[in-house]
Design a protein around this ligand. Structure first.
Ligand SMILES: NC(=O)CC[C@H](N)C(=O)O
Length: 430
């Protein structure tokens, strides 16, 4: 069934509502866990067998955003919401212009290794839907399993902690669970190096402040959130030494990213130098927050099952910009590691947020006395998907960058400042 939908201004929508059956597979598929349990269901998506780290997400919507989030790289993603796929998958390409970053979702393709759902929607319906979840997974060679008890899997992961898994499809599904040593652990690899940009690039070069982004595997909505606040955004590879070009920038942003932050010590050491010698604003999200913490001398540890979902409450312990101490914000999260809460906190730092469920550190900030302007948050203020309770933290950061730029312009001779053309100097030094 298909019919034309019109927007309020009368223009026809690009696509009609689609709603039709999408799966006809009766191919068996099994999820084996390293802890010894196996779950047998039906295959959808690509008929591919693979290993990965098995994690669960409690998000009830935005499977398309979660699956394209590069932080899920190497992971077999179990959705606790029983029905997945009912609104299909939208067209992902957007025009590359100053208002957007080239994609509608969080990156160009599917990033997680596989997905596990209780009940794959065989009919989908949404005005932006271009294809079914099944067809999208096939196109990106990503396997899925439907018809398994995701509640049982989640309870196991919650009790045993995140564990390694194998998705076995077709004839492989009949094979017994692999031996312990056969399981592949993605966190032993530098996953960040696989998803970070290879070449620096600039978005919105005429923006009012120059912000450098260290790309550990950025979600597109982080870049959009900066561009929409009129920042010129230069995205650098994760191990690029920002110290070589820092004079050209008004602020530094560190993105989210997959895997163990311990794999990114090279970046943490560069950031340590930046934080010591540079007094402009620095803001990090998730992996970026962990890198800031490590650079400040804190420890990152592996949590039992991490936090993945769009309903994580965090309590603000300090006020800063749009954030008020004592308030609880509901946040979007996807992480396995966290910074250790120590008493005392390293000198010059204070906890910014704490998780209301498990008391893990959800944010850190430099103290006012330190004279620095550095913030890190474990959650995702940019959402996509999830609540926008903390979205104004991007406004706070861009405003800080503008204020620092303005105060330096007053004290320095602007004409003698180095002229930076958005693209070429960065590429030349890459
Ligand atoms: N979303 C992220 O940036 C995740 C950070 C890190 N890979 C973790 O799992 O904790």
């Amino acid at each position: 069934m298909s019919f034309i939908v019109r927007f309020r201004n009368g223009a026809p929508a690009l696509r009609g509502v689609r709603s039709y059956a999408s799966v006809s597979s009766s191919n068996p598929a099994a999820l084996h866990l390293r802890t010894g349990q196996s779950f047998v269901g039906k295959s959808f998506g690509a008929p591919v067998s693979l290993f990965g780290e098995t994690v669960f997400s409690t998000s009830i919507t935005s499977y398309t955003e979660s699956m394209t989030d590069p932080s899920y790289r190497g992971q077999i993603l179990v959705f606790t919401t029983p029905l997945i796929g009912n609104y299909g998958v939208p067209e992902n390409e957007a025009p590359f212009n100053s208002e957007d970053v080239g994609v509608v979702l969080e990156s160009k393709g599917i990033q997680c290794s596989a997905i596990i759902v209780q009940d794959l929607a065989e009919r989908f319906s949404h005005y932006t839907a271009m294809e079914s979840l099944d067809a999208w997974c096939k196109r990106y060679n990503v396997p899925g399993i439907t018809g398994v008890d995701t509640r049982a899997i989640t309870r196991l992961l919650r009790d045993h902690g995140t564990t390694l898994g194998r998705v076995a499809v077709g004839p492989d599904a009949a094979l017994s669970s692999p031996a312990d040593h056969e399981y592949w652990d993605p966190t032993t690899e530098n996953l960040v190096a696989q998803v970070s940009t290879r070449e620096p690039y600039t978005l919105n070069p005429t923006g009012s402040v120059n912000i450098a982004v260290l790309d550990f595997g950025t979600k597109a909505n982080i870049l959009r959130s900066l561009v929409r606040r009129d920042a010129a955004v230069t995205v650098l590879p994760w191990n690029y030494d920002f110290n070589n070009v820092r004079d050209y920038f008004d602020g530094l942003f560190l993105t989210n990213g997959p895997g163990d932050p311990g794999q990114c010590m090279e970046a943490a050491m560069n950031v340590r130098k930046t934080m010591k010698e540079w007094n402009k604003p620095v803001f990090g999200i998730c992996m970026g927050h962990q890198i800031i913490g490590i650079a400040a001398g804190m420890n990152a540890y592996r949590m039992r099952f991490g936090n993945r979902g769009h309903n994580q409450p965090v309590l603000a312990l300090a006020s800063s910009g749009s954030i008020t101490a004592g308030r609880v914000y509901v946040t979007s999260q996807n992480h396995q590691y966290a910074l250790e809460l120590t008493d005392p906190f390293p000198e010059g730092w204070e906890p910014f947020f704490i998780n209301c469920n498990d008391s893990s550190v959800e944010g850190i900030k430099s103290t006012v006395e330190s004279g620095k302007r550095i913030w890190g948050v474990q959650f995702h203020p940019e959402s996509a998907g999830g609540p926008l309770d903390t979205i104004e933290m991007f406004t706070d950061f861009v405003n800080e960058c503008k204020a620092v730029k303005a105060s330096l312009a007053r004290t320095q001779s602007v004409s003698s400042a180095p002229k930076f053309t958005a693209r070429s100097p960065i590429i030349a030094t890459a």
